[in-house]
Design a protein around this ligand. Structure first.
Ligand code: 5RP
Length: 233
């Protein structure tokens, strides 16, 4: 643990199903091999897995590097002493991440944390992708519990909103900032529209992406993912 401003940062997010997540976190850490480049997504199990990986780095002197999907994860890796790299220098050998919804085709909704652009960039660069979820994330249809988040260049908000409605969005809201007035601003300087669709078809990800002004959506259709279930059993 670093003894500086970053080392002193506290992370205290409430973790649902901590035993199950702890088990999967150890499973993820067990997959790490010396020399691996790891893509690191976001979510509560990701934090637990990073702690378990940091422990292995320390006890086994493993030489690994992480490519984080957010500033927050970068800081957490740094706090734990996990070396960082970027997509300029490396592509990931594999990655681990969470999800907000998973359907029977293993299609995902992600982006509750607003980092779906970098998460999709990494998953597109990585041959093996472990997605850690618990029962509450499994749905028979995407859109059951979460809207589809769409990151939008700010000046394009109104024209993108119109196009999203043409694609079948029935309810669109500008994601508010946490704990203060105004919208949330992503790490890329953009805003997020949370969109409810009546029915989500496989073509929707591509259709949303084709709107000028859309940076990325939180729909992950047909990516090669292995779903790891965090359960207490
Ligand atoms: C953020 C995500 C996260 O992976 C998702 O919110 C998972 O969080 P948790 O594992 O804590 O439920 O997609 O963009």
């Amino acid at each position: 643990m670093k003894n500086n401003l970053i080392g002193n940062l506290q992370w205290s997010s409430a973790i649902i199903n901590p035993e199950g997540k702890q088990k999967v976190a150890r499973q993820i850490a067990g997959k790490v091999k010396d020399g691996d480049i790891l893509g690191v997504g976001s979510g509560s199990t990701v934090y637990l897995a990073l702690v378990a990986i940091a422990e292995r780095i320390k006890t086994e002197s493993l030489n690994i590097k992480a490519i984080p999907t957010s500033l927050e994860i970068s800081l957490f890796c740094s706090k734990l002493g996990i070396p960082l790299t970027t997509l300029f220098e490396h592509t990931p050998d594999w990655l681990f991440d969470g999800a907000d919804e998973v359907d029977p085709n293993n299609w995902l909704i992600k982006g509750r944390g607003g980092a779906m652009f970098k998460e999709k960039l990494l998953i597109s660069s990585s041959p093996v992708n472990y997605i850690i979820v618990d029962d509450s994330k499994m749905v028979s249809r995407l859109g059951t519990n979460f809207p589809v988040p769409v990151e939008v260049f700010p000046q394009a908000l109104l024209t993108v909103e119109k196009q999203l409605r043409k694609l079948g969005a029935t309810d669109i809201s500008l994601r508010p900032a946490k704990g203060k007035d105004g919208p949330i601003i992503t790490e890329n300087g953009n805003m997020i529209l949370d969109c409810k669709f009546g029915r989500i078809e496989g073509s929707l990800e591509r259709d949303i992406k084709s709107i000028t002004g859309v940076i990325e959506s939180g729909l992950f259709i047909d990516y090669p993912v292995d779903i790891l279930m965090a359960s207490n059993n």
